[in-house]
Design a protein around this ligand. Structure first.
Ligand code: AMP
Ligand code: GLY
Length: 424
């Protein structure tokens, strides 16, 4: 089977690495990919949102499966585009329809969906530009800190958590007057939940689902979860509090009603569902849905996914997922992300990289490229992720940190405390 994987980050290198191990694989193409994906497949210079160009490539290269990494093409309807074209309809598209991707594309839709299906989440109300004063009054009924979320996609920047009422009211006015463009033309205000977060992933064919290994990511730039938010500085899997009893509750209260709710509402969903959960005194609640895998969670989840991923994807495409096998590798996995100096603010690109082959670890490229001279160079804020197995989380972390220390480029920075808040 020839497969086209869309995307260019560490998540996609990790997916490509796993796909490349499948016995069913013919040729793997990655569009646009990065310098790392080029080592497990063939990079193709296509934009992930240029559906016409993707369709031409699929037809001309006999591609039988398209795996969508990032949310953007899904929210823009790539699955519907394929379904509507007689020459593409038989291509297995791993990713939900536009109607399904709205779970990520609209926070208001996701909250209303959870309300309809009794799925535990923070209490909320949504306000638009005509309801600024009502929104300000709603904020007065809540306890600090205040959580404000732009309804639409904001590349991870649409959530504000502010400590005081006056600040929250000021931010609400700014958001509703276009701070994030049309993405914040509606704002969800919700109750603040405290607890430790955990990312749970399922693959679904629209009827049945399989639960992948869970993970936890570390979003802040600084040690001890301090400083600015980033795309993710590392991840661990498994997560100790996500034990069998907790996962049973997650499945019963959250996963099953979500998959059944989508089906009951006639929403076509064949792909990953990412449940961003928070553990509130033992009770799991949904912080957010995403319609794709997480990054950098994928960089540990793929290490622990004991299955032929193309077999699972085939099950998704043909509605036979229930019959496929998936096990969780019992080992621990830890990913440490090396980023560019200055990230998540201003940073340099094009820094030459050396010593990137790390013995005993798996190195996933996130923002790398080749320069005109063929040298490996940095090309993004998040540059390269070192993932390792260990008999314990500590052992896996030590290996990944040794790898992160070995890799060389100007301005390299990484956190040394990934997993610090977890206790077995
Ligand atoms: P989101 O983009 O919805 O994942 O939100 C970004 C981050 O904000 C989450 O990962 C949480 O750390 C935090 N967050 C979002 N909603 C809440 C909430 N209701 N209570 C506490 N923290 C939240
Ligand atoms: N790691 C969080 C995300 O991918 O959105």
């Amino acid at each position: 089977m020839n497969v086209l994987l869309l995307g260019s980050g560490g998540r996609e290198h990790a997916l490509a690495w796993k796909i490349a191990q499948s016995e069913r694989l013919g040729t793997l193409y990655i569009a646009p990919g990065n310098a790392g994906t080029a080592s497990v497949g063939t990079n193709v210079a296509l934009k992930v949102t240029d559906f016409d160009a993707i369709a031409d490539f699929v037809r001309s290269h006999d591609v039988q499966m398209v795996v969508v990494g990032p949310e953007d093409p899904l929210v823009r309807g790539i699955a519907d585009y394929f379904a509507a074209d007689a020459t593409l309809r038989d291509v297995a598209l791993i990713g939900p329809s536009k109607a399904g991707a709205v779970l990520e594309g609209s926070k208001d839709f996701a909250k209303a969906f959870m309300r309809r299906h009794g799925i535990p989440t923070a209490a909320y109300q949504t306000f638009d530009g005509t309801q600024v004063e009502a929104g300000c009054r709603f904020l007065e009924t809540l306890q600090p800190p205040y959580v404000l979320k732009a309804d639409g996609l904001c590349a991870g920047k649409g959530v504000l958590i502010v400590p005081t009422l006056s600040e929250a009211q000021r931010e609400l006015r700014e958001m509703l007057s276009g701070m994030f463009g049309t993405a914040s033309s509606r704002v969800v205000i919700e109750e603040f939940l405290s607890g430790i977060e955990c990312s749970v992933f399922v693959l679904t064919d629209g009827k049945d689902y399989k639960i992948l290994p869970e993970a936890k990511d570390y979003k802040r730039i600084g040690e001890g979860d301090t400083g600015l938010n980033t795309g993710g500085m590392g991840s661990v899997s498994p997560v100790p509090f996500a034990d069998a009893a907790w996962m049973e509750r997650v499945e019963h209260d959250i996963i099953r009603p979500t998959v059944e709710g989508l089906a009951a509402e006639g929403i076509a969903y064949k792909g990953f569902i990412f449940f961003g959960l928070i553990n509130c005194d033992g009770a799991p609640k949904v912080i957010e849905y995403n319609c794709r895998m997480g990054d950098p969670e994928t960089e540990t989840v793929m290490l622990r996914l004991d299955a032929d991923i193309l077999d699972l994807f085939e099950g998704v495409a043909t509605g036979t997922l229930a019959a496929r096998e998936l096990r969780h590798d019992p080992r621990h996995a830890v990913c440490v992300m090396c980023v560019s100096g200055g990230y998540p603010q201003q940073y340099a690109k094009g820094c030459v990289m050396t010593d990137t082959d790390v013995e005993g670890s798996i190195v996933f490229h996130a923002g790398t490229a080749r320069n005109a001279a063929g040298e490996l160079v940095t090309s993004g804020g998040r540059v390269i992720a070192v993932s390792s197995y260990g008999a314990s989380r500590q052992e896996a972390l030590q290996k990944s940190m040794a790898g992160a220390a070995q890799i060389q480029y100007e301005g390299k920075y990484y956190r040394t405390d990934i997993g610090f808040d977890l206790h077995d």
